[in-house]
Ligand binder design. Structure first.
Ligand SMILES: N[C@@H](CCSC[C@H]1O[C@@H](n2cnc3c(=O)[nH]cnc32)[C@H](O)[C@@H]1O)C(=O)O
Ligand SMILES: [Zn+2]
Length: 439
């Protein structure tokens, strides 16, 4: 067996305990072979490692999961801020996206993936376009992803709208299982208001036929909920259910304005919610009832959303924001504790996306991050889980491993040329803005 040993650290186990342990990773299988005291791991493996990662003074955690983003939007980071969702999309973001080329999307995806590997994220869900380019980046960079082509049909001719739905289904069929199975796909209509009913019906039926889940933005703002209630006399989650889009493998971004009946419906259906606290605060969309969703038994994951509404892809920030906002929303300092946000960013994310990972235990996918605790802002260590939620940053990650491969070692990303990626993305972004201004 070709094996990698993560040695000398403290390990966050699935039950939330943190224990001094080594981790043996089977690189051929991409799975965790053994977790335990060094001599236990020696006994379990019976041979010396091919490679070791030093985790001394560090915390070994499951690779973080960014369960909702638009990764190539890194090119629009800081391009348009301080506006609510609808005018932000219509006045700034969509006109800029109209000028994006596949090469731009590849450059933006490389930048976003670089940022995610550096901050300990090993899996993400992406809704965008030119997804073959995003898949190529994921393949080269070594992480896992659930990818889908985002469909918008408002203001489109019928033929164009149909073609957009078809494109999303074709992408879902063709890319599923790519990158040695690290890439899975979904049908991704943008939202229940930006895609017309007949296109939603057609697309969801196609998704069921293809056996891929549905991912969309749901109940993000009141501006999005109200027209559905006015026109249909039912709440968005009931509408989604009537479209057959409320399945156990489906996952919805945001879920900010969900009422009690919708929370119950989500829980019964097993549809996961991806909470995006930074985006919800920045666009002033509202406060998701995260405590209530979790109490009802809904799988809750965390997402950064795109870098234009965050403005970074650091899931550590998202954990902190989720805990803070969750307390404010529940008017209860005990709501959404550190352990909850850590679970949401790891196992919750993997479960929502239906991807392996999220747990450090024998047999699980070898997706992990090693967080350096040797820093002033992480001293003293009363409770490492508290630090993950409240004090650590993505830049505290030393090593990142996905599917048994080391993607970053001692803060150096091995699968991408960081300087070249940054330069390419910066150039693509400035050329893009020039095109938008002269369009
Ligand atoms: N095929 C579509 C692309 C949709 S991709 C998904 C879209 O979601 C947009 N987006 C980013 N963040 C958010 C958000 O928070 N809520 C809703 N949409 C968002 C993003 O800018 C992108 O246009 C088209 O041709 O326009
Ligand atoms: Zn989004």
């Amino acid at each position: 067996m070709d094996y990698l040993r993560v040695a000398g650290g403290r390990v966050l186990r699935p039950d939330g305990r943190v224990e001094r342990a080594d981790v043996a990773v089977d690189r051929d299988e991409g799975t965790i072979r053994a977790v335990g005291a060094p001599d236990e791991v020696d006994d379990a493996v019976g041979e010396p490692p091919g490679e070791a990662l030093d985790a001394d003074g560090s915390l070994v955690i499951p690779g973080l999961v960014n369960a909702h983003t638009h990764v190539a939007m890194t090119l629009l980071r800081g391009y348009a801020d301080d506006k609510p969702l609808d005018p932000w999309l219509r006045e700034d973001i969509w006109p800029a996206e109209a000028e994006l080329t596949p090469d731009d999307i590849e450059a933006g995806a490389e930048l976003g993936v670089l940022e995610m590997i550096r901050s300990g994220t090993t899996a993400f869900a992406d809704m965008y376009f030119a997804m073959d380019r995003v898949a190529d980046v994921v393949d080269r960079a070594g992480l896992r992803a659930r990818l889908g082509h985002g469909v918008v049909t408002v203001a489109k001719e019928d033929a164009d709208a149909r073609a957009d739905v078809e494109e999303s289904l074709a992408v879902a069929r063709e890319l599923d299982g790519a990158a040695d199975g690290r890439i899975r796909t979904a049908f991704m209509p943008h939202s229940l208001t930006t895609v017309g009913e007949e296109y939603l019906r057609e697309g969801v039926a196609g998704a069921r036929e293809a056996g891929v889940p549905v991912h969309l933005h749901a109940n993000e703002t009141t501006d999005e909920v109200d027209p559905i209630v006015d026109e249909r006399g039912e709440r968005p989650i009931a509408y989604a259910e009537s479209l057959d889009a409320l399945g156990a493998d489906d996952f919805f971004a945001h879920g900010v304005h969900v009422d009690d009946s919708e929370v119950d419906r989500l829980a019964e259906a097993g549809t996961a919610v991806v909470h995006c606290p930074a985006s919800n605060m920045k666009l002033a969309s509202g406060m998701a009832p995260v405590q209530r969703l979790r109490e009802a038994g809904v799988t809750v994951a965390l997402g950064t959303d795109g870098a234009a509404s965050n403005n970074d892809l650091d899931v550590f920030d998202e954990m902190r924001d989720a805990a803070m906002l969750g307390k404010l929303a529940a008017d209860d300092a005990a709501a959404v504790p550190a352990s909850a946000v850590v679970e949401m960013a790891t196992a919750g994310g993997a479960d929502a996306l239906g991807l392996p990972g999220g747990r450090i235990e024998a047999g699980a996918a070898a997706d992990l991050a090693v967080v350096d605790l040797d820093a002033p802002h992480l001293t003293p260590v009363h409770d490492p889980v508290s630090h993950l939620a409240y004090a650590a940053h993505g830049s505290d990650v030393r090593h990142t491993v996905c599917d048994g491969e080391v993607l970053m070692r001692d803060r150096e990303v091995l699968t991408l040329d960081a300087a070249a990626v940054r330069e390419r993305a910066a150039n693509a972004a400035s050329d893009l803005v020039e095109r938008v201004e002269s369009a």
